[in-house]
Design a protein around this ligand. Structure first.
Ligand code: ATP
Ligand code: MN
Length: 464
């Protein structure tokens, strides 16, 4: 008989009909010749209850129905006498598809996340990771839907690149050169003419520069793909491989950009509340009791729009009033996460879009303000996360952009194609990057970014 998914089985009301369900045993208990199985197949956080009478089943088979085992059940759908569930399955036949002995690492409840990370390949079968992964999927759908409905084109930028977006290091090199017998030139320098691409290449740290080419042709594009940063910082908010969403829009100014950032994030959060109710209810109960309240509160209020200079003033006033921070925050400093969180969580108590940063702490491509000191960045800072979006208006003037590039003594040989956007038919434009896992952290209430991606890549860890 055709399998019914648990999510559908729980909605069926044709009591008395035959039904087949398959899944993994969450738990089994028994009393007075009857056993009860909580069965989950990943389609929903909810389990379906299977009821069987010991006398109808082979004793050895019943013994194999342990936590983690995979089974197929043929039976009859019946109305459940138990509270909290409409239906259950009265088992007629049970087949153990995959037994699961006591060495199964996800056996016990309440294991630490650290323990589960060491078994990241099996943690997906737990309630928490099932919920997180279903929400992750739903957020991807929300993002594609939002942009599609707003006339953005999904634009694919390369993962292997010969240019470094931010002009900073921390890239993973890509090569087919023999690392055990590295060919060098007469000066002892590594050559790249004999490498696969004939030039030094690396995995992308951002698709923005190519995204700008898309936006200045198609009007509005977005990317959604993997991004790689060899940042040797072991924080709960950084991965070496993460997914980034980068919309880029022609003819957008700072105001348009901030409006889009706010509308887009609110849409995603609303989508989660509308489409992930069961998983959110579970996480709200098990992980973070204020989760749903926090998601709803983000929707209710306008994000604060705060110039950096004003932010520094507020932080310094807090320091004068006795607030202690680990890192300094004088005008010109890059704000640490503790500063961002103070502004968002303690001072304003709602999300903040911080704007107009000192040019020294921002990337070369941002549009310079008339003061000559600040740039039109628009980062979105969120409660419990800190920076969730990094955005900016892009400098569209070739002269100003070149002046900034020269000031930074950047090598333009691998950037000429980018500068062509300003040489021919340049236009005002803007864009931002949203870290997908940071959004998932916020929406799930999870604390560590390693726990919102199936197989995290972090320093000294590329297992699975
Ligand atoms: P941070 O200061 O937190 O390192 P950033 O300034 O390096 O962030 P951007 O280069 O602006 O970040 O990247 C855009 C977005 O990508 C960030 O707002 C964040 O959501 C996400 N992001 C950046 N680095 C990482 C990372 N290593 N792991 C996961 N997400 C990241
Ligand atoms: Mn960073």
């Amino acid at each position: 008989m055709k399998r019914t998914k648990v999510i559908d089985a729980l909605k069926r009301t044709d009591f008395g009909s035959d039904i087949t369900v398959m899944g993994w045993v969450r738990s089994k208990r028994g009393s007075k010749g009857i056993f009860f199985i909580a069965l989950n197949d990943g389609s929903t956080i909810k389990n379906i209850q299977i009821v069987g009478e010991d006398q109808h089943f082979d004793e050895a088979m019943v013994k194999l129905i342990t936590t983690g085992a995979c089974i197929r059940v043929n039976g009859v759908l019946v109305e459940s006498p138990a509270a909290g569930q409409a239906s259950e399955v009265q088992a007629k036949e049970i087949e153990v598809l995959g037994a699961c002995d006591s060495t199964y690492p996800m056996q016990k409840k309440g294991q630490s996340f650290e323990y589960m990370r060491q078994h990241a390949h099996m943690r997906l079968r737990t309630n928490t990771f099932g919920a997180v992964m279903r929400i992750r999927h739903n957020m991807a759908m929300a993002i594609h839907t939002y942009f599609h409905e707003h006339g953005f084109f999904y634009f694919h930028t390369p993962l292997i690149t010969a240019s470094d977006c931010e002009g900073a290091g921390n890239m993973f090199q890509v090569t087919t050169k023999n690392l055990y017998d590295l060919k060098k030139d007469e000066n002892g320098q590594i050559t790249y003419d004999d490498d696969f691409f004939g030039t030094q290449t690396a995995l992308t740290v951002s698709g923005q520069l190519e995204g700008e080419l898309g936006a200045t042709a198609l009007g509005q594009i977005y990317t959604f793909g993997p991004t790689f940063r060899a940042e040797n910082s072991n924080t709960p908010r950084h991965l070496a491989e993460f997914w980034m969403i980068e919309p880029e829009m022609a003819f957008y100014d700072k105001q348009d950009l901030m409006d889009l950032e706010e509308d887009f994030i609110k849409y995603c959060v609303r989508w989660a509340l509308d489409h992930c109710q069961d998983d959110l209810a579970f996480l709200n109960q098990m992980i973070d009791k204020t989760l749903i309240e926090r998601l709803e509160s983000v929707l209710k209020e306008d994000f604060v729009r705060l110039p950096y200079t004003e932010g520094i003033r507020i932080l310094q006033e807090a320091i004068r009033n006795g607030r202690k921070f680990e890192f300094p925050c004088n005008w010109g400093d890059d704000l640490a996460s503790e500063h961002e969180r103070y502004l968002v969580e303690e001072h304003f108590k709602r999300p903040v879009i911080m704007t107009d940063y000192p040019k020294e702490i921002k990337a070369f491509y941002m549009k310079l303000n008339e003061d000559g000191k600040t740039m039109q960045g628009t980062d979105v800072l969120f409660p419990s996360i800190g920076e969730i979006i990094g955005g900016s208006v892009r400098e569209e003037s070739l002269d100003k952009l070149m002046a900034e590039i020269q000031r930074r003594q950047m090598d333009t040989t691998t950037l000429e194609w980018y500068l062509d956007t300003r040489r021919w038919g340049t236009c005002p434009h803007a864009g931002f990057g949203l870290g997908f896992e940071r959004l998932i952290l916020f929406v799930t209430g999870m604390q560590n970014i390693r726990d919102v991606i199936p197989f995290p890549r972090t320093p000294k860890n590329a297992a699975f």
